[in-house]
Each structure stands twice: as C-alpha cells, then as structure tokens.
Design a protein around this ligand. Structure first.
Ligand code: ZN
Length: 490
C-alpha cells in the first residue's frame, strides 16, 4: 500500500497547493496578478490530473494489498476516480476550460449591461460541450445523470426530480400561505452594525459551534467560501455589510459549517483523496444545518442574543428577542437566489434544475431561456424579474461550465433536516444544550455519523446509516411547517 499512498500524496499535495493559490486569488492577490495566477493553478491542476490517469496509478492500484478497511476504501475510490477521469479526453477538458474562460467574461459583461444576447452564444457552446462531456462520462438513463454525478455521486435525474416535485407541490402553496401573514419584518437587521463587531461576533459564534481556529482562519472576500488545504488547515471567508446583519453572520456560520465538516475528517485519511467531503449535497447539509437549523433557531438565540445586544447596542438594545427572531426568519419571495430566505430558497434551485435539464435535452433553447426563467419565477414565487440581470443572468455557475451543480444546494437543505432529526432522536434534550451554549453533543454526533468518513462512504450510505432512510423530502417540509406555523401563531 505504501507506494500507492505516497503516489496519492503527491496528487493530493498538488491539489492542495492549487487551493492555496486560489484562496489567495480571492482574498489578498492584487487584481493585476490574475492572469499569471490562473496559469499557475491550471499547471498544478493538470499535473494532478495527469498523475491520476497515469499508468503508474493503474499499476500501483493493481499491486496494492489492502490490509485495513481504510485501505480497501482507498483503492475502491481511487480506482473509480481514475477510471472516471480517464473517460474524458484531455482535448474536451481543454475545450471546456477555454469555453468557460470566455463565457465568464461575457457573462460579466452581459450581466452588467443587462444584455442576455451577449452571453447566449457562450452558453450554447457550454451546453454543447456539457453534452459531449456527459457522453464521455457515460450514463444509464440520460445525459444529465452524468453531469449530476460529478457533484453528487450516485444521484440520478429521475430520483432528484421526484423528490423536488414532491417539495414543490407543497412549497408553492405554503409560500403563498405564509407571505400574507405579516412575516416580513426585517427592520432591526438593517441598522448600525459596525464591521469590526460583526467580524468578532461572527467568528466567536463560529468558534462556539465548533470551528477550530488553531486549524482554521477567516479572511474577507467578495464572495464567501470555505477551502481546505489539509484537514489541519481549513479556511473560511466572509463579507461585511455595515448596515445589514445577515450577510456576515449567517455567511460565517454557513462557511464555518463547511469547514467544521472538513476539520472533522479522520486524520488517518490525510494526504489521500478520501480526505474530502463525500458530495456537494452532503457538504451543503453541514453548512445549512449550522446556518439555518441552529443559527435561525430560538434555542440558539436564547443563548446568543444577550451577547448580540452587547456587541451591537445601537442596533439591538431596544429590540426584543422575539422581534429579532422574527426578523431573522422573515419570508419574502424575491428574484435573487443568494438573498432568498430559508423557505423560498429551494424554489430558486428547482427552477435552475429544471431549466438545466431542458437545455441538455434540447427541450428549451438557450434563446428562450429568459422567458422560461421568468415564467417559472412568477408561477412558483409570485415575482417576476424586472430584467435579465436579476433573472437568468444572476448566477456565475453556468458560465463556469458547472451544469448539474445547482441541485446539490437543495439536496443539502433536505439532508440537513434528516440528519438533524436523527441527532435529536439520539441525544436527549438537545435544545437545552443549545440554550446553554453547548453545541458539542450535536458536533460529536455529526463527527461520528458524517464527518469522520470523508469519502469512504457516499452521501446516500451516510444518510441510510445515520437516519435509517435515503434522501427524503418529508422531514424538511415538516420542519418548515412546524417552525413557521409556530412563528405565525406567536
Ligand atoms: Zn455552501
């Protein structure tokens, strides 16, 4: 096993070094460094790719003699990774990279000038290449399966569609029901929140829920993210808005949730491809769990609110806990995904999922996308974008060639409640612990049932082992109903 392990460590180190360069690009690098930096990252990533698909990997895998369960999982996962990576010709990878390089610039221009036509030909090219990519990767039922599988291993279009359909049929009327009940009361969140205090308060709470700052660090970036350089160095970034409490605080909890997952991976997996989140959906379940199920819950704020009032006296000294709790949970359908509340967010995702599939099957032409987008937005959320910049052009994902990525956000929301319900069933009086500011019982449960496994188990295997069932929409809908019915009645 040792020769295989040291070979895999070289691949892992190249990817980790690329991640450091990418992190720096988003945080500290002067803008003028972008072009050279992109080339450096591309070099490291392609070296890692070449090593993975090399004959050397194949022969080391062939000769490996696993002597532990971890070794067996390692050989199985790397065989699959290498096999998948070798199915895609490098000419196609290069074409995708080139197309998305151009598309990203065109998308920025299209969005800032509100001209979809500038982006359309680039998106057509990306759709074409994505179909080729799907054909190269292979699938049993439909091409979109292959695209989805890159981000959510084992998920199929049919299964995700069924689950989303079940959610949507209940969620659309539910949103209408609660938006008419005076739930929108965000006022207290748009007051004076000094940036330095936002920074300190967010980080203190991230640490409190379990983000280890001896093995992590927070910096600022335009678009918050988390990234792992090893299980012992997992970074997060945040952004601050002087007169809005939400972006920094909930963004910090969200990214800390991602980082806590990576910090909790079994150290024995370090230096191997197993030391990573098992899927984007499972990753998102961890960020959403801390951001929403904890961070927007009453028990959490019964603990944290006195500290928040102390940190932000100008904004909160005359605001009751009840008013604050309502404010952070207000529901108001909007056209912008990243500003969406906990209730309406999944509808934004389902819209994208449906249109992505239709682009891949050819049922929707790129030229018709704005209209198709706006019609769904109006039917599902009751709002219509005023222009394409706040409609079909709002997200960067398609310009990056990331088709099949969006659904993982909603899958994460659904999984988060399944896991949280299982933790509550396993640990008595969890709310009492939260009220006392003790999140370690929940963290411990997540460590044992989710984090430690890294990629040794798939998302589906983790869910079944931890909760007794595979992906299921019912717990999430039940959670929303209970929470918002109680809020309306308060
Ligand atoms: Zn996330």
């Amino acid at each position: 096993m040792e020769p295989l392990r040291s070979h895999l460590a070289r691949i892992t180190h190249l990817n980790q070094a690329a991640a450091v360069l990418e992190w720096d690009m988003e945080t500290y690098m002067p803008t003028g460094g972008a072009e050279a930096r992109s080339k450096q990252v591309a070099t490291l990533r392609s070296m890692a790719h070449e090593l993975l698909v090399s004959d050397e990997t194949a022969s080391l895998l062939d000769r490996a003699k696993p002597t532990s369960a971890i070794d067996e999982d390692l050989v199985r996962v790397v065989l699959k990774d290498a096999e998948k990576a070798s199915r895609v010709p490098s000419s196609l990878i290069a074409a995708l990279a080139e197309a998305s390089g151009r598309a990203k610039g065109a998308w920025q221009e299209a969005r800032s000038t509100n001209t979809f036509a500038l982006f359309a030909p680039h998106l057509e090219r990306i759709v074409d290449l994505s179909i080729q990519h799907a054909e190269a990767l292979g699938y049993t039922e439909q091409p979109y399966d292959a695209l989805l599988d890159q981000y959510e291993e084992g998920a199929t279009t049919q299964k995700v569609s069924d689950v989303f359909e079940e959610v949507r049929s209940q969620l659309v009327p539910f949103v209408k029901e609660i938006t008419g009940t005076g739930m929108s009361c965000e006022g207290p969140l748009h007051r004076e929140y000094p940036e330095a205090e936002q920074w300190a308060f967010g980080l203190r709470m991230a640490e409190r829920i379990g983000y280890d700052l001896d093995h992590g660090r927070q910096d600022r970036s335009a678009h918050p993210f988390s990234t792992s350089f090893s299980t012992t160095d997992v970074r997060i970034t945040t952004r601050l808005e002087e007169r809005f409490f939400n972006p920094a605080f909930f963004g910090t909890l969200h990214e800390a949730g991602h980082a806590i997952y990576e910090q909790g991976i079994d150290p024995a997996l370090e230096g191997t491809p197993l030391a990573d989140g098992t899927s984007l959906g499972m990753h998102e379940s961890q960020s959403r769990l801390w951001e929403n199920l904890i961070g927007r819950s009453l028990p959490f704020w019964e603990y944290a609110y006195p500290q928040a009032q102390k940190a932000f006296p100008l904004a909160l000294s005359d605001v009751s806990l009840d008013a604050f709790y309502r404010a952070i949970n207000s529901v108001s359908p909007s056209t912008i995904r990243v500003e969406a509340d906990e209730v309406t967010y999944n509808l934004h995702i389902m819209l994208r999922f449906e249109l992505e599939q239709k682009m891949i099957t050819g049922a929707v032409a790129v030229a018709d996308l704005p209209q198709e987008w706006n019609d769904r937005m109006e039917a599902w959320l009751g709002v219509r974008p005023l222009n394409d910049s706040e409609g079909v052009l709002q997200d960067i994902h398609w310009s990056l060639g990331a088709i099949g990525y969006f659904p993982t956000y909603a899958l994460g929301n659904l999984m988060s409640v399944q896991l949280f319900d299982a933790a509550k069933a396993a640990i008595p009086n969890l709310d009492e612990h939260f009220r006392a500011g003790d999140f370690s019982p929940l963290l411990g449960w997540l460590r044992t049932n989710v984090h430690q496994w890294g990629r040794r188990r798939t998302a589906s295997e983790i869910l079944v082992a931890a909760t007794g069932s595979d992906l299921d929409a019912t717990p999430w809908m039940t959670y929303l109903r209970r929470k918002y019915e109680a809020l309306v009645a308060r």
